[in-house]
Design a protein around this ligand. Sequence first.
Ligand SMILES: Cc1ncc(COP(=O)(O)O)c(C=O)c1O
Length: 387
Amino acid sequence: MPQSPIRKLVPYAEDAKKRGVKVYHLNIGQPDIKTPEVALNAVKHNNLEIVEYSRSEGSEEYRTKLAGYYAKNNIHVKATDIIITTGGSEALLFTFGSIMDAGDEVIIPEPFYANYNGFSVASGVNVVPVVSKIDDNFGLPPIEDFEKLITSNTKAILICNPGNPTGYLYSKDEIKKLAKIVNKHDLFLIADEVYREFVYDGEKHHSVMEVNGLEEQAIIIDSVSKRYSMCGARIGCIVSKNKQVIETALKFAQARLSPPTYAQIASEAALETPQSYFDEVKAEYVDRRNMLIQELKKIDGVKVAKPKGAFYCIAELPVKNADDFSQWLLEKFNLNGETVMVAPAAGFYSTPGLGLNQVRIAYVLKKDDLVASVKILKEALKKYNSL
Ligand SMILES: Cc1ncc(COP(=O)(O)O)c(C=O)c1O
């Protein structure tokens, strides 16, 4: 089981804090945005007398309302096409388990959300990476690159849209290209769309479920964690019109009994969140992104792809080993008592040797903190490279 590159440096960060050093956490996608009040109030003011199990597939009311949310996003599904899970994490695990057997393969453009590696190990399946490049802004690799990798063991292509860690947003045309190849080779197309709302610059998100003719192949992974800044609620879901996929995933869901009850109450209420909340949050992320990219580009030797969505970017640094640099930042460096924690990007690749000089930065902190963080990074790079 691989360590999470997002969390593996936590002990060093804890030690730094014990030494009195302030650590800016740019390593993890934990937003500092407030959870919508409707969601918090639904938990505070309910009169539940027994915290019961819910149905394994999640409460009927919640799934019915969720179908309404999807309809507004041009995704037309029924409550029975949805299984509520304990976060998007469990949705990924159940999906892998439902559509693949041990030894099967899933093709994923890399760099990808690092825990896909962990879920594939847990499911006994192999990740087959197809490389996307920083110089192409991490856009969809040529479709022939996918096709070359398809074998009799290939069961699915998995994309993250918009992407963590790249911030890349797939165009309608790119989704169609993928649809064509999964149809041709009878594969599943899994789309991790947990950042659906976080799309910038007037661009539009295109779901795999909007594509005609992909009803049997398309599977959405979703989550309330980022949408409503409710990471600790642990609610997500699998959405698919493929009855067999849903029936199989339900067996996994039955084995773990039910998703959390209070968190479903909060998630159902969160669906009433006013649009103004999202408008404000989005404006905040755009501001942060613009500032972060602008400041990073000012550092000598740093290369960064501008994200079109989500709240991460991959930055190439003028270092040989970003793993070592990230640890050094926590162990040996501080600027006026402050340092930063970033996620070394090698763990977001599955091809050995790729991403060694890259880090993932999450712009989940307010602008002043981001400015301070980039300044620290700049000074740290100077010092590190003069050692
Ligand atoms: C792309 C992506 N998918 C899935 C998840 C899983 O999130 P959760 O289990 O909190 O829903 C995350 C969390 O950061 C993520 O970034």
